[in-house]
Design a protein. Structure first.
Length: 244
């Protein structure tokens, strides 16, 4: 008796062989990927420490200015710093950057460092990492559109409400920047009081928070002009905040 093998039966028997042939390259590729990961080792976490001290420590101080650029007070602050030979850090508000791009170019041209201070000075404390990243990228793009090739060294969270922003900023190559001393110039108490606060509150290696934008900062400009010579007379030098 002759046994007849149907076409359907042959197809059913050959299907496992075809699947094995298709699976072999995929398994090989997966093995190579796993091998590469094992060789490379675990992914290293970024250091998201919030810095509050100067790069060199010792009897140094770092002046940082938030919420600019401002068309009135930023140029005056730059003139004061230029006259005294001091370099500072400017934490830029993205919407203001778009309004006054020429001031961003002036800040960088005069050798000061740049800091991302968000697009619209919103509290990021409860934001997701994706929301924070989008905002920081938008701000960086605004800064670099104003000053092509500008290096954005730091990020400072509005209101000091950090949430998940230090990790996001560090993953983008920016150092989270805090402060050791806030002189409270956001509510102007008078130039003399600001001078007193700076002179009595400064400690070696401190990052000092002040403002060149976001309101009338004429008292801050005058206080900086007066305190720089006094601090120099006490043996202080001016440096930039630390970068890890």
């Amino acid at each position: 008796m002759t046994t007849t093998t149907s076409t359907t039966g042959r197809a059913a028997r050959s299907r496992p062989r075809r699947l094995r042939r298709l699976a072999a390259p995929l398994l090989l590729a997966a093995g190579l990927c796993l091998s590469a990961l094992a060789t490379a080792g675990p992914v290293q976490a970024v250091d998201s420490t919030v810095i509050t001290s100067t790069q060199n420590g010792g009897r140094t101080v770092s002046f940082t200015f938030d919420d600019g650029p401002d068309p009135t007070h930023t140029p005056r602050m730059l003139e004061v710093l230029r006259r005294h030979g001091v370099k500072a850090t400017f934490c830029l508000w993205g919407d203001h950057v778009r309004q006054y791009p020429h001031l961003v170019r002036q800040i960088t041209a005069e050798g000061h460092r740049l800091c991302n201070h968000s697009m619209a000075h919103q509290d990021m404390g409860g934001w997701s990492q994706q929301q924070i990243r989008q905002n920081l990228e938008q701000t960086n793009n605004a800064i670099r559109q104003a000053a092509p090739g500008a290096q954005i060294t730091y990020f400072r969270a509005p209101y000091g409400s950090w949430g998940q922003s230090p990790q996001v900023a560090a993953s983008m190559g920016m150092q989270p920047l805090g402060w050791r001393m806030d002189i409270g110039d956001w509510q102007p108490p008078g130039t003399g009081e600001l001078v007193r606060r700076i002179m009595q509150g400064v400690t070696p290696g401190a990052v000092v928070l002040m403002h060149d934008g976001g309101g009338d900062r004429s008292q801050t400009v005058a206080a900086v002009d007066q305190t720089i010579p006094q601090l120099k007379a006490q043996g202080y030098t001016f440096g930039q905040p630390a970068v890890r």
